[in-house]
Design a protein around this ligand. Structure first.
Ligand SMILES: [Zn+2]
Length: 412
């Protein structure tokens, strides 16, 4: 006897081991000089009662560095040692190098890791010094964690007292800035071709990426609104109106404003704060894309500290401190890759897993094409083969007692 109602459920669902620890080499960031004398001075000031002893150890290996430049580098290192918390030594390789004209320095973590022990989010990249701080484990066998390349062709000031000197760039200020990039102040979002932008490395986002948004508070990693890649995303990251979502209530009404010029600037966009919003001499100007001559910034400022805290760093001297290195932020449902040609995977984060889950594939009209029940506590990754469908917009829907979650996908 043949049943009249034919449920054609072609979900070829399988779980794959995506939680294995993995690492990759990230892009480095180039930071440029502003061609004027700022004559401004922001010195290290700690809140009353704040810790001043080091809560991190940062070791520097100097390559071709002139002896007289090292104290200025060390001064910046000791500032970060008193702000961030880690039980693992951070190793910096500092190279005195000849960089392209106009650039002060380039920097970045040597590696990024995902799915390390105690990782707050699954399948999200963290820079190695942060991954080691969170896991409490040595992940790269004692190799360097951060590279800082300083342009030897710049007219540097090696003064460690924070004295602005006209036509000289303050080395301590730049090193303080560059180390912040190595601590994770870095986005993977960038243009893809002429008309789109994308995010991620090997398909996975960097933790910093997951907090970028416009004033409408829709995160750029929200795939229901921003395809990856998409023209919508390119428009957003060049909108001049990008903000970093932080939980710090002290910044709720004045979220960190991120540098997002049009056109996109390689090395500058998104991995810095907005220069016009945080001008030279203002409290949170350390991470602006251009540092001027005679511009002294020897303190990270609450905005920069809040961003580092948000991506997972335990930070001293942060007002309205809300999260610590080991306290997870709640991740959202993720779909990847997107756009997709053959197999698309739904990742259910731990707080949304249920033995009574249902996954559906819907067409652009909301019609259910395929559906299956599954236990997301056992299979948090569900892969659906959609290779036999025509190129179009589709939706993946997850339903369980925590709610209904819908994500848009593009089938190539
Ligand atoms: Zn920079």
């Amino acid at each position: 006897m043949i049943r009249k109602t034919v449920f054609v459920i072609i979900l070829s669902i399988c779980s794959i081991n995506l939680f294995a620890q993995d690492s990759a080499i990230p892009d480095s960031i180039i930071c440029y000089a502003a061609d004027y004398n700022a004559g401004t001075q922001l010195l290290l000031t700690l809140n009353s009662g704040a810790k001043i002893e080091a809560t991190a150890q940062i070791d520097v290996t100097y390559i071709d560095f002139p002896e007289e430049a090292k104290p200025a580098f060390e001064a910046a290192v000791s500032i970060w040692e008193s702000y961030i918390n880690t039980s693992k030594t951070i190793r910096i390789k500092a190279t005195w190098a000849s960089l392209a004209g106009g650039s002060l320095a380039s920097s970045g973590a040597t590696r990024i890791f995902r799915n390390f022990k105690n990782a707050p989010l699954t399948d999200v990249w963290y820079v190695v010094p942060l991954a080691e701080a969170i896991s409490g484990e040595e992940l790269n066998s004692g190799d360097y964690d951060i590279n800082v390349n300083v342009n030897k062709n710049i007219n540097w000031s090696y003064n460690t007292q924070g004295t602005p000197i006209n036509n000289k760039y303050d080395l301590s200020t730049i090193v303080l800035h560059e180390i912040a990039h190595g601590l994770g102040y870095s986005s993977t979002m960038k243009p893809s071709g002429n008309s789109q932008a994308q995010w991620g490395q090997s398909g996975y986002g960097m933790i910093y990426d997951f907090f970028l948004q416009k004033p409408d508070k829709v995160l750029f990693t929200n795939s229901t609104v921003y395809g990856n890649p998409s023209a919508t995303l390119l428009s957003a990251i060049t909108s001049g109106s990008v903000y970093f979502k932080v939980n710090n209530p002290g910044l709720a009404k004045d979220l960190p404003k991120i540098y997002s010029p049009n056109p996109y600037e390689d090395g500058g966009s998104l991995s810095h704060v907005d220069e016009s919003y945080y001008p030279a001499g203002s409290e949170n100007s350390l991470m602006t894309p251009n540092i001027a001559a005679a511009e002294i910034i020897h303190t990270p400022g609450q905005v920069i500290l809040s961003i580092l805290n948000q991506i997972g760093w335990g930070v001293n001297n942060l007002q309205n401190n809300v999260i610590t290195a080991t306290e997870p932020v709640l991740p959202e449902i993720m779909i990847y890759p997107n756009p997709v040609s053959n197999q698309v995977t739904l990742l259910v984060p731990s707080h949304l897993r249920s033995s009574n889950s249902k996954i559906s594939l819907l067409d652009n009209w909301g019609q259910v094409l395929e559906q299956a029940a599954f236990d997301s506590t056992l299979e948090p990754n569900k892969t659906i083969d959609i290779s036999h469908y025509v190129s179009d917009i589709y939706f993946i829907r997850l339903e369980n007692e925590f709610g209904i979650f819908v994500r848009r996908i593009i089938k190539n």
